[in-house]
Design a protein around this ligand. Structure first.
Ligand code: ADP
Ligand code: MG
Length: 704
């Protein structure tokens, strides 16, 4: 076994042949390292062994007795058979029943006189204490490994037994710990994390007798925590290394007199919020350092990120640099263009939109002007990344809704940007409307600086949210009636339910009719995904013009609606939807200065979780709070979609639950990298190797 390596196929472990290896593969165990991480799903307390007198009628008990007899019965008048084993000790008897069994096997194994250990739930049955399908082990006076201790239970698959897995660990654990676990001392910190990784794995697979079994069952014993810490540590080491390397990248120093900036500020019909000002200050500071900015600007939909991007662009433009603004869709790119173009003339700058549909001649002209440096700000989709798009002095790149581009494109952009001056990077600003809880952003955006816009523009009142039941529908209608009479408008949304677009459509159509009856004085419109684009368009135009007062919609049309006079959002079947979606829908109102309302119509039959979600919606308008709750409910994978967002998968660690370990790991990684930012010290070679092996590819560490 001297050649044992972390990636040695599990088949070559002692006691594992091709057959068992195949079964383990089904459980995603392929290598020696995977085997170590095949952690028990629960632990069973066999420290207390009972006789029939002391045996409690309770769950998960262990009884030791001797086989008295085995007999087979028919179950009542049915054809089903039951095999009953009577066990006894000096204080009485216990009956064991099997409904699925191999009789000859059991008779052989549990011949009368055999001492047997039975573990399972104990019930009272016809005057006896009894157990159904317990775990049974023959009591071996010489080999009492599995008794008088806490015994691990592993997740199984057909043909794979507890005993098999326990035997594999009996035979291999020490080898694995000795050879496979690589645990450089510097990983540990002076504080809580002092256990060695080997000790951690040893105890997790084979807890000592005085362990606290509850902690083990929650997978939060000190040993579990040590493994979690290890997972976090290498990720943080990778992220901080990456950030360090990026901080070494030179960029143009942008030091603006802010004349254009001031002029634009004067043109705005509003005052900046303090968070917007803060973000701008942070960007201005970054610009001046001569080091490439790598910043994430996060804020809810409507929080005013675009203007921050635009004003910072002006600083760059004024210093003689060009700016690229990349959006995920043409619609968004166009919207940015329309908004910003209105400032073009007064500011005396040139803004262009690069669309896929633009004519060849025009495209050529834009690209020519771009290369000449005449175009100051170029807006577009990922079409900006194509080969022939060449800037003269690109100094600043802004990426809107960056999560929709995916990790690869993020890297691609940096590589595809063209420079005349070799080694210099542009300043980068990412924008995201998905509020990401801090715990998560430390793992996803650990390599970025963060600016948050948490407050909404002034003059917007918080939206009042209320849950209604079906029998309160009329009460809700009365409230809506009052608003409509003030000249306001309302959405009724039927969010799309999985695979039942037809049903939604039916519901929406019926609701349309019902609302026409309920609000005879107001015009009710209907839009849904199955309508022709032109019909949809005309309904929307009428709604925007205020000719329609109530718009019934399936969520198909949810995106991009912006009607400030809408002050009511009714979400039907609100209990079926996730927090993020509810929050997004609610964001369609509250865009003007009037008080807005979000009414959540929920059915009675709700799970506790959905009741909780609705409560959260009633309690807060804060996208970050909602995101945090959502993350707790759904976990990071569901929350962001693991693959797309680049949220790392951990084997044991959970971002929300284990935040304290994440912090400790981050701190430790920072201390190490502060002294040795490129991990060049020979004593850090191992750390570096493990980091590269685990995260190098994922974090694109070799590229930076
Ligand atoms: P998002 O963060 O979703 O990109 P936008 O930048 O599109 O938000 O801003 C939404 C709307 O709010 C725009 O119409 C914008 O002009 C307006 N806005 C931005 N900042 C303020 C502010 N400080 N006060 C009032 N309105 C603002
Ligand atoms: Mg935006």
């Amino acid at each position: 076994m001297s050649e044992l390596q972390p990636n040695t196929p599990v088949q070559y472990l002692k006691g594992v042949g091709p057959h068992i290896a195949q079964l383990l593969n089904k459980k995603s165990v392929y290598t020696a390292w995977d085997m170590l991480f095949y952690l028990p799903v629960k632990y069973v307390d066999r420290r207390k062994i009972h006789n029939s007198h002391t045996l409690p009628i309770d769950k998960a008990q262990t009884y030791l007795g001797e086989v008295q007899k085995i007999s087979q019965h028919r179950l009542g008048r049915t054809k089903r058979k039951v095999l009953e084993i009577t066990l006894s000790d000096e204080s009485g008897q216990v009956k064991i029943s099997f409904f699925k069994f191999n009789e000859s096997y059991l008779r052989k194994k549990y011949a009368p006189g055999t001492k047997v250990l039975a573990f399972g739930d104990v019930k009272a049955y016809r005057g006896f204490k009894s157990m159904v399908h317990p775990e049974m082990d023959v009591w071996d006076e010489d080999h009492q490994d599995d008794v008088a201790k806490i015994v691990p239970f592993y997740s199984l698959t057909e043909g794979l037994y507890q005993r098999t897995i326990r035997r594999i660990f009996e035979k291999n654990l020490e080898d694995l710990l000795g050879v496979v676990v690589d645990d450089p001392l510097s990983v540990r910190d002076e504080g809580s994390v002092q256990i060695s990784l080997s000790d951690a794995f040893r105890n997790v697979h084979s807890p000592v007798a005085d362990s606290r079994i509850d902690e083990f069952n929650e997978q939060r014993s000190p040993y579990h925590q040590r493994i979690i810490y290890d997972e976090f540590f290498y990720l943080q080491l990778g992220l901080i290394s990456k950030r360090y390397k990026q901080s070494q990248k030179k960029a143009f120093e942008i030091k603006s007199s802010k004349t254009l900036y001031g002029k634009a500020l004067g043109l705005l019909p509003f005052k900046l919020t303090s968070h917007q000002e803060e973000a701008l200050q942070e960007i201005e500071n970054d610009f001046a350092t001569g080091v490439a900015m790598n910043r994430m600007l996060q804020g809810d939909v409507g929080s005013g990120k675009t203007i921050v991007a635009f004003l910072s662009s002006l600083m760059a433009i004024e210093s003689g640099y060009q700016v690229a603004l990349m959006a995920p869709t043409e619609i968004l790119a166009e919207q940015h263009f329309k908004n910003l173009f209105s400032y073009e003339e007064e500011l005396g700058i040139r803004i262009e939109l690069l669309k896929g549909s633009v004519k060849a001649a025009q495209r050529k002209r834009i690209l020519y002007d771009l290369e000449q440096g005449v175009v100051n700000l170029l807006i577009g989709t990922h079409a900006l990344l194509t080969e022939d798009v060449i800037f003269r002095d690109l100094g600043f790149v802004i990426i809107d809704e960056q999560h929709r581009f995916g990790v690869e494109q993020r890297a691609q952009l940096k590589n595809k940007t063209k420079y005349k001056q070799g080694d210099i990077s542009p300043h980068l600003l990412f924008m995201s409307a998905t509020p990401i809880p801090r715990s998560l952003s430390m793992c996803v955006y650990g390599d970025l600086q963060l600016s948050l816009i948490k407050e909404r523009p002034k003059g917007r009142k918080p939206i009042t949210t209320k849950v209604f039941r079906e029998k309160q529908r009329n009460k809700m209608y009365t409230l809506i009636q009052q608003e409509l009479q003030k000249g306001r408008q309302a959405y009724f949304v039927y969010p799309l339910v999985e695979e039942s677009e037809k049903l939604d459509l039916k519901n929406a159509t019926l609701m349309h009719q019902e609302l026409e009856k309920a609000f005879p004085d107001f015009k009710v419109g209907l839009v849904h995904g199955k309508m022709k684009a032109a019909d949809k368009e005309s309904v929307m135009t009428e709604y925007k013009a205020g000719e329609i007062s109530i718009l019934v919609a399936t969520t198909v049309v949810e995106v991009g609606v912006d009607v400030p006079n809408s002050t009511i959002m009714v979400i039907e079947h609100a209990e079926r939807f996730g927090l993020a979606q509810l929050h997004q829908l609610r964001g369609r109102v509250g865009r003007g200065s009037e008080q807005s309302f979000c009414f959540l119509m929920a059915s009675y039959a709700q799970s506790e979780e959905s009741r909780f979600r609705l409560k959260v919606m009633e309690d807060t308008n804060d996208g970050f709070v909602i995101a945090e709750e959502d993350l707790k409910l759904r976990g990071p994978g569901e929350f962001l979609g693991t693959k797309q967002s680049g949220v790392p998968d951990f084997r044991l660690a959970q971002l929300v639950k284990d935040g304290h370990l994440l912090k400790a790991a981050k701190k430790r990684a920072e201390i190490i990298l502060e002294q040795d930012p490129e991990l060049q010290d020979p004593k850090h070679q191992k750390l570096k190797a493990i980091m590269m092996e685990r995260w190098g590819k994922r974090l694109d560490l070799s590229l930076v």
